[in-house]
Design a protein around this ligand. Structure first.
Ligand SMILES: Nc1nc2c(ncn2[C@@H]2O[C@H](COP(=O)(O)OP(=O)(O)O)[C@@H](O)[C@H]2O)c(=O)[nH]1
Ligand SMILES: [Mg+2]
Length: 206
């Protein structure tokens, strides 16, 4: 498998329902999951060295739709709407939508779970992690906006996340190079493992 050129990326389509028509079953799939405003779209743009591939918004809670990007004809990235507009009295399904849940279950992408490093963990982040564990879906935990933390708060945050998620955290900032190379390598590695897998293990698509 050749080295992925993340700059060679393009917007493919916006989906508001399942199944996702016209996507190739053979390409590995990654999706960005997290609360509204956590930095999902910014991270996609930063990874791909593009300004406006994914739409960055300061207004949370836009349409419930899935945006698909194809990277170097080698992998897919899905930008999902944020969950957790309302923290109280709503479960994940109600506040986040059946579309997203169906998408995760049917397409089983590798999840990049984003949490804002400036805030304490939200219930919705914990619910999301529990949901992913329950459905045995692998995820990579990313703490965004790392530029907002000093060294000691970062250390504290790392411990909090390690305790609650029991998985290593990757700190990321779109205003520096922090996290970028590790994440690119991580994605490349997952793609290699994916291409080594027997096709029959892939879920049927379409
Ligand atoms: N300081 C800082 N701000 C960020 C970072 N990533 C995203 N943001 C800001 O957070 C806001 C929400 O970003 P966006 O990518 O639209 O979040 P999304 O709703 O999860 O897709 C925007 O104002 C971004 O400029 C980061 O690494 N550092
Ligand atoms: Mg977004």
């Amino acid at each position: 498998m050749k080295k992925i050129n993340f700059k060679n990326s393009r917007f493919v389509n916006t989906f508001v329902s399942l199944p996702l028509k016209g996507i190739q079953a053979t390409l590995p799939r990654f999706c960005f999951v997290g609360r509204s405003n956590v930095g999902k779209s910014s991270l996609i743009n930063h990874l791909c060295d593009q300004q406006r591939l994914a739409k960055v918004s300061s207004v949370p809670g836009k349409t419930q739709a899935i945006n698909l990007f194809e990277i170097d004809q080698q992998l897919y990235m899905f930008d999902l709407p944020g969950y957790g507009f309302s923290e109280t009295g709503k479960n994940l399904r109600m506040s986040w939508g059946e579309l997203m849940e169906g998408f995760l279950k049917d397409y089983r992408p590798h999840v990049l779970l984003l949490t804002d490093s400036r805030h304490p963990l939200f219930d919705s982040d914990m619910q999301m992690m529990e949901w992913l564990n329950h459905h045995q879906m692998p995820f990579t935990l990313i703490a965004t906006k790392a530029d907002k933390l000093n060294t000691s708060s970062k250390h504290k945050k790392k411990e909090e996340l390690q305790t609650k998620f029991q998985t290593p955290t990757l700190f990321y900032s779109v205003h520096s190079v922090e996290g970028k190379n590790s994440l690119l390598q991580n994605i490349q590695k997952i793609c290699q493992e994916y291409s080594a897998l027997n096709e029959s293990l892939q879920p049927a698509l379409i």
